[in-house]
Design a protein around this ligand. Structure first.
Ligand SMILES: [Zn+2]
Length: 144
């Protein structure tokens, strides 16, 4: 995919796929969807991206979402269930892992805790649920 140009050199992406990075990105199928933000298809693990979000979302949000979704691509490759119904969204191990990795990258690129919290809190998420997600991730997002 054109938009992934250079991504194979990105350290966060290499951290996910290691030596398979080029291969995975080259073969990653990307579909455009017309709702939501981004997601990974449960059946074949391809990436789904809302074109409108790509053109209107903040650059940092989009970047972190891609990192998050690439974690899911990897999890799918490992045969893990990305939509395990036994868990609520913010308690699901695959989500916590992907969020934690994205937050780590958000800190690395210099986003403040407040900005990261803003990134994490989607419109359907209450503050309580957001705090639960942050607790689950076991990351420090306190204001300093
Ligand atoms: Zn996710």
């Amino acid at each position: 995919m054109e938009s992934f140009k250079g991504f194979e050199k990105n350290l966060a992406v290499r951290g996910i796929f290691g030596e398979e990075t080029e291969e995975v990105l080259k073969n990653l199928k990307v579909d455009f969807i017309w709702f939501g933000y981004m997601g990974v298809d449960d059946n074949d693990g391809h990436l789904m991206v809302n074109k409108r979000y790509l053109s209107s979302g903040s650059k940092e949000d989009i970047y972190l979402d891609i990192i998050h979704e690439l974690c899911h691509v990897k999890q799918h490759m490992e045969g893990r269930d990305l939509f395990d119904p036994r868990y609520d969204y913010v308690d699901r191990p695959t989500e916590i892992e992907a969020y934690r990795y994205a937050v780590q990258e958000a800190k690395r690129i210099g986003l403040s805790s407040a900005r990261i919290r803003q990134y994490l809190k989607t419109e359907w998420m209450s503050t309580e649920v957001l705090d639960r997600l942050i607790r689950n991730m076991d990351v420090n997002l306190e204001e300093t």
